[in-house]
Design a protein around this ligand. Sequence first.
Ligand SMILES: [Zn+2]
Length: 145
Amino acid sequence: MRQSSESSTLFKWWQWAALLAALLLILLAAQFARQPLSQVCLNADRAPCPDILQAEIRIRYHDSKATLTSICGDVRSNACALRRVRWHQAVCDIHLLRPASAPLLNHEMNHCRGWEHSGDSPEAYARPWQLNEHLIRARGRLRGH
Ligand SMILES: [Zn+2]
């Protein structure tokens, strides 16, 4: 009786071993895919960065600072880029206080392209920008990348 119950178990030891090996391989592959994105964008404060996010970009101009602040949520900023990614669709709304300079629009466009500066100062904007990994991953596989 004992023999027969052992041989009727769902998996034999080598099947468990094969299953564990397969799971380990999947975990290793997932880990490899999660390597940090090492790309940087130089001169992002002056020039366009590569469009990695490929978001649909909409630009809105505002005459009232209060309206802009209510949208952007920061009294210090004259512009912001609000990005949303859902079901591999990315939308980026740029809000600017009129009159907006070309460098300011370029700055917000670079956020829409998937880039971030670390710190909030002209010096920080002049340093290389990093990709927003969360957004890029949420966006998923892109055409041509
Ligand atoms: Zn910024």
